[in-house]
Design a binder for this molecule. Structure first.
Ligand code: HEC
Ligand SMILES: [Cu+2]
Length: 314
């Protein structure tokens, strides 16, 4: 899927999706080839000399050697020059990646177990799918609602930790429109490997059209709920009776719920709303209290939508 032959066409690296991808690749190729050549020289030389100077007779003695200044100078100075080239070159590439250009278009990225949310200045939000204009510097401002995550886009050759309680930043400029895979690369619990997202790079006019769109235009509440469920709840809940990290939703509405503290009630609208806003208040028996609160994160339309959607799963 992500690592299809197309993604790797003509190279041992993923496709070059950002402006600095090519310079990262050149540096890596230099490091790989330099290591291969040094390895061949050292191991090859060792084998060659072991055979050439092996002990042939009993009184075959090595001459007394103290040192060889020329040789010692060469084997110190040549690697020193190579290391300084690698240092200078890496520093140059690192600055390209780390220094965010002034006036970059800003998008907020929020990680939480186990999905990525994107919040734009216009107030538009999206989950699991980020949209960005092509050919423009984009600055991402990252944070986390729970534990440390890491936002990694292999095609852009860039990654950055998302840390609770602080903002970190990264940037890219993707010249070509297309969809690029995002991974979480900081182990963050059971659902870590499914903490994926896509970055859709669109031509500028398409992107602005997307920014203005109402994501739920023409949808009824159940459809709004389904859309929200797919992006925000599916990591932990299923729409069948099957339990994942949390209980399956099929038949939930109107069912008797037993809680860890020994109390119970019949699931109604108030219970579903409370489960989203204050998940720790009533923890379903047999499950752990790992659901994070959605307080302040969802619009009223989304809350009602997800309640209607759960009601429809009978
Ligand atoms: C990180 C995993 C996780 C995510 C994401 C998550 N939940 Fe939960 N949820 C749980 C767990 C675990 C429980 C059971 C423990 C508890 O009651 O808090 C639960 C319980 C619930 C319950 C009570 C279920 C029952 O059988 O009584 C509801 C309703 C609920 N979640 C709704 C949602 C909705 C709606 C979303 C998405 C907007 C969501 N959850 C996202 C983990 C999650
Ligand atoms: Cu993560």
């Amino acid at each position: 899927m992500f690592f299809g032959t197309k993604a790797f066409a003509g190279s041992f690296m993923p496709i070059q999706g950002s402006t600095f991808a090519a310079s990262v690749d050149s540096l890596y190729k230099f490091l790989v080839y330099a290591s291969l050549i040094s390895c061949a020289l050292v191991i090859g030389g060792m084998i060659f000399f072991a055979i050439k100077y092996r002990r042939k007779t009993n009184d075959d003695k090595t001459a007394y050697i103290t040192h060889n200044s020329t040789l010692e100078f060469i084997w110190s100075f040549v690697p020193f020059v190579i290391f300084m080239i690698v240092f200078g070159w890496s520093w140059y590439v690192y600055l390209q990646i780390r220094v965010v250009p002034k006036g970059a278009f800003e998008i907020n990225v929020v990680g939480q177990k186990w999905n990525w949310d994107f919040i734009y200045k216009s107030g538009r939000k999206s989950s699991g799918e980020m949209y960005a204009p092509a050919g423009e510097p984009i600055k991402l401002i990252l944070s986390s609602r729970d534990v440390i995550h890491s936002f990694y886009i292999p095609a852009f050759r860039n990654k950055q930790d998302a840390v609770p309680g602080m903002y970190t930043q990264m940037w890219f400029n993707a010249p070509k429109p297309g969809s690029y895979q995002v991974f979480c690369t900081e182990y963050c619990g059971e659902g870590h490997s499914s903490m994926l997202a896509k970055i859709h790079v669109l031509p500028k006019d398409k992107f602005e059209e997307w920014l203005r769109n109402d994501p739920y235009k023409g949808m009824n509440l159940v459809q709004v709920g389904l859309k929200l469920f797919d992006s925000r709840c599916t990591a932990c809940h299923s729409v069948s009776e099957e339990n994942k990290v949390g209980p399956g939703f099929k038949g939930l509405f109107g069912k008797k719920r037993d809680f860890a503290d020994g109390t119970s009630l019949l699931a109604d609208e108030n219970y579903i709303r409370e489960s989203m806003m204050m998940p720790a208040k009533k923890v379903v028996k047999g499950f752990s209290n790992v659901m994070t609160s959605f307080q302040g994160q969802l619009s009223e339309q989304e809350v009602l939508g997800v309640i209607e959607y759960i009601k429809s799963l009978q």
